[in-house]
Design a protein around this ligand. Structure first.
Ligand SMILES: *Cc1c(COP(=O)(O)O)cnc(C)c1O
Length: 386
C-alpha cells in the first residue's frame, strides 16, 4: 500500500479513471490494493517514522487511492473520507466558527436540519432555512460577509427538487460565502458541482459511490486547498470520525463500477417515471428527468447522461394506499437508504413520524440495476392490488 506517484494520465475519461482506480499498482504488483489494518506505525532507532505515518486516526494509507479517485472524478483539489455522510457534513459545519451565519435548504436529507437544531445551533452556528430549489429565496437569505456557508442538496431527498448550482454559487460568492453541495443523488457521473462553481462537494458514500449497501461512509471534496480545508482536516483528525481500512477498501471496489451502475439506475428510473407519470392512482411522479417536472430545466443544464436513480411516487389514496402498495411489492425491498444495486422503497412518513415534513402520501423509490421489466411488472401488480 505504498503511496503512489501522483502522475496520472490527465486525458483519461472518468469511466477509465474509475474502472482502473487510477491505475495504481501495489509494489508487489497487485492490481487491487491490500488491506492494512495496522493502527500504529513503527519508528527507527533514531525515532523517525519508518514510513512517515504514526497513527491511523491522523492519516491512513487506506484513504489515498479512494480519495484521489473521488477528487479526480469531481475535478477537486482533494477529497477526505469520513466515517459516514453525516460525519462529513458535520465536519463541513464544524470547520466554521461559532457566530457564523449559514443558509440551508429546508427540505433535504432529514438528518441535517435535526443535527443543526440539536447540535450546531447550540454550538453557535446561525442557520437560515430557505425553500429547496428557490434561488430568489437564497438571494434574500444571504448576508454580505456574515454568511460563511450555503448548503444545498440537488436533487434533494425525497422531492428530488433541483437547485441551479451555478446560480447558487454566484449568490454565495457575492456574499463572501462558500457553496457546499450534497451531491449524493447526482454522483460525479451526472453532475460535477465544482465545475459549476461549488467550493465543497459532499457525498454520503454509503449510497451510490459504494453502491452495494454494505458500507457506511462519507466524503467531502474541495475545490481548493485553503485554510477552511485544513480546518476540515483538523476536525477529522481530532473529532475522530474516521473510516476504517476495510470500509475504505470496499468503497474503492464499489467506485470502480460507479458509471455502469449509475447509468443503468438512471435509465431504469427514467423508464419507470415515464411509464407511471400519469397513473390514475398517483397524484404525481417526482423525477427531474420528466420534461414537465419543475426542476427539469435546471436539471437538463447541470445533469449529464441521466437524471439519477431516485424518484418518488405520490399516491392519491394517501398514506394508507402507500403502505398497502409497499406491502405488495416483491422485487422492491421495503428498506431505508438508497443507491445500491437492489431497488428499495421507503415511506419516509412512517419512518420520520408525525413531525415529518415529507408528505405522507409519498413513497421514495431507489431504483437498482435489475431488469427494468421486472421492476415495472412488480409496480404494476402492486398498483393492481390497491
Ligand atoms: C444518506 C444521506 C446522507 C447521510 O449519510 P450517511 O452516510 O447515512 O451518514 C446525507 N445526504 C443524503 C442525500 C443522503 O442520502
Amino acid at each position: 500500500m505504498a503511496d503512489q506517484p501522483t502522475k496520472r494520465a490527465p486525458k483519461h475519461r472518468p469511466e477509465t479513471l474509475a474502472a482502473r482506480a487510477l491505475g495504481w499498482i501495489d509494489p508487489s504488483g497487485a492490481v487491487v490494493p491490500p488491506i492494512n489494518p495496522s493502527t500504529t506505525y513503527a519508528r527507527a532507532p533514531d525515532y523517525t517514522l519508518i514510513g512517515g505515518r504514526s497513527y491511523s486516526r491522523d492519516d491512513s494509507a487506506a484513504y489515498l487511492q479512494p480519495e484521489a479517485l473521488l477528487a479526480a472524478l469531481e475535478g477537486g483539489s482533494g477529497a477526505m473520507l469520513f466515517a459516514s455522510g453525516m460525519a462529513a457534513t458535520a465536519a463541513a459545519f464544524q470547520a466554521l466558527n461559532p457566530g457564523d451565519h449559514v443558509v440551508v435548504q429546508r427540505d433535504l436529507y432529514y438528518g441535517l436540519p435535526k443535527w443543526l437544531s440539536g447540535w450546531a445551533e447550540p454550538w453557535g452556528v446561525k442557520p437560515s432555512f430557505i425553500p429547496t430549489g428557490d434561488i430568489a429565496a437564497l438571494e434574500s437569505a444571504v448576508r454580505k460577509d456574515k454568511t460563511k456557508l450555503v448548503w444545498i442538496e440537488t436533487p434533494a431527498n425525497p422531492s428530488w427538487a433541483v437547485t441551479d448550482i451555478a446560480a447558487a454559487a454566484k449568490i454565495a460568492h457575492r456574499a463572501g460565502a462558500r457553496l457546499a453541495v450534497d451531491s449524493t443523488a447526482a454522483t460525479p457521473v451526472l453532475t460535477r458541482p465544482i465545475g459549476l462553481g461549488a467550493d465543497i462537494v459532499m457525498h454520503s458514500a454509503t449510497k451510490f459511490l459504494n453502491g452495494h449497501s454494505d458500507v457506511v461512509a462519507g466524503a467531502l471534496v474541495a475545490a481548493r486547498d485553503d485554510d477552511y480545508w485544513q480546518r476540515v482536516r483538523y476536525v477529522r483528525q481530532l473529532g475522530g470520525a474516521v473510516l476504517g481500512p476495510f470500509e475504505s477498501w470496499l468503497l474503492l471496489r464499489g467506485m470502480r463500477t460507479l458509471h455502469l451502475r449509475v447509468r443503468q439506475q438512471s435509465e431504469n428510473a427514467l423508464m419507470i417515471a415515464t411509464r407511471f407519470r400519469r397513473h390514475r392512482k398517483l397524484k404525481t411522479v417526482c423525477y427531474p428527468g420528466l420534461p414537465d417536472s419543475p426542476g427539469h430545466a435546471a436539471a437538463a443544464r447541470q445533469m449529464h447522461g441521466g437524471y439519477g436513480g431516485m424518484l418518488s411516487l405520490r399516491f392519491k389514496g394517501g398514506p394508507k394506499a402507500v403502505l398497502k402498495f409497499a406491502a405488495r411489492l416483491q422485487v422492491f425491498v421495503r428498506a431505508t437508504s438508497l443507491g445500491g444495486v437492489e431497488s428499495l422503497v421507503e415511506h419516509r412518513g412512517s419512518v420520520e413520524g408525525p413531525d415529518s415534513t415529507v408528505p405522507h402520501d409519498l413513497l421514495r423509490v431507489s431504483v437498482g440495476v435489475e431488469h427494468v421489466d421486472d421492476l415495472i411488472a412488480d409496480l404494476d401488480q402492486a398498483f393492481a392490488a390497491i
